[in-house]
Design a protein around this ligand. Structure first.
Ligand SMILES: [Zn+2]
Ligand SMILES: [Zn+2]
Length: 296
């Protein structure tokens, strides 16, 4: 019999482990998603092999385009396919469909936030579309976080768009930090943070105060709220913190505050279906270690 290789747990960051353990205690029903998230954070910590895929910023990017727009990302196809397969195996919600979908294609769809492409891959494999979308997004975390670290110095100082300056996603949370409550938007994919003036809708740029409001529980937790826009009906979670959260913490926090999403959805608010900015990035198999070399 062939024993499956026991994969050692590689999560070394104690803070991540403690936060995950607490999340499991607080939300046992989120276990399946937490397993995927743990794998993505674990893989992200092993950043070196993803950092090797860091692309250069495309010279033909349109104005106001994120840094990864039109980027040509070369990854090791074998590594990516093994990685995506591991996530598919961890996700029982994928629903028994054939799990032989192309990991590289799913990663590319996820990086570009191309839900139609992801859904087509799920349909072809007879798998649950929503679960495959989540697997794709988790698969993209290590690559996108490596890109965010590598490209941070190139983010324009005057970036005032509502979407992430690196990967084009809408923010998942607005953080209010320090004594002055500086507003910083945070990306739930690559973890990038960027400042944006107070009281402006990130989705439609509404600045009329009459059209902007927030939902907060009548009692209990006072550090969290949901910012809503009456003009586009969009919503964004908000949190007051002492200092900006680590990228991994943003991801866990987003999953642990689903009750805020539910509160907003029940009141008719929603997150835009379209991505903040469609990247048109290309993910290609760069061959990796096992490329066939020919003598010159
Ligand atoms: Zn991002
Ligand atoms: Zn709006």
């Amino acid at each position: 019999m062939l024993w499956p290789l026991a994969r050692p747990r590689r999560t070394r960051n104690v803070a991540v482990q403690e936060r995950l353990a607490q999340a499991r205690r607080d939300n046992p029903e989120a276990e399946a998603w937490l397993g995927l998230l743990e794998a993505a954070l674990d893989e992200s910590e092993d950043g070196a092999r993803w950092e090797a895929a860091l692309p250069s910023v495309a010279a033909d990017r349109p104005v106001k385009a994120p840094l990864l727009c039109r980027a040509q990302v070369r990854v090791d196809g074998r590594t990516v396919r093994t990685w995506v397969r591991r996530l598919l195996d961890l996700a029982p919600q994928v629903n028994g469909g054939r799990r032989d979908m192309d990991g590289l294609a799913l990663l590319a769809a996820a990086v570009c936030q191309d839900d139609a492409r992801s859904d087509a891959l799920a349909a072809a494999a007879g798998a649950d579309a929503q679960a495959v979308r989540v697997v794709g997004q988790m698969a993209a975390v290590p690559l996108l976080q490596a890109c965010a670290r590598g490209l941070a110095s190139q983010i324009p100082a005057s970036w005032w768009e509502g979407y992430c300056p690196v990967c084009g996603a809408w923010p998942v949370v607005a953080e209010y930090t320090g004594l002055e409550r500086k507003r910083q938007l945070r990306c739930g994919r690559c973890g990038t943070g960027w400042a944006i003036p107070l009281l402006r809708c990130v989705f439609c740029d509404e600045i009329q105060h009459d059209n902007l409001a927030y939902l907060a529980p009548e009692e209990g937790e006072q550090t969290r709220r949901v910012e809503v826009c009456q003009t586009c009906k969009g919503y964004l979670k908000g949190v007051t913190t002492v200092r900006p959260s680590a990228a991994w913490s943003i991801l866990i926090d987003d999953l642990m505050t689903v009750h805020l999403d539910v509160a907003a959805l029940e009141r008719g608010y929603r997150r835009p279906e379209r991505p903040g900015y469609a990247l048109e990035a290309r993910i290609q198999d760069g061959g990796g270690w096992w490329r066939l070399w020919r003598p010159a």
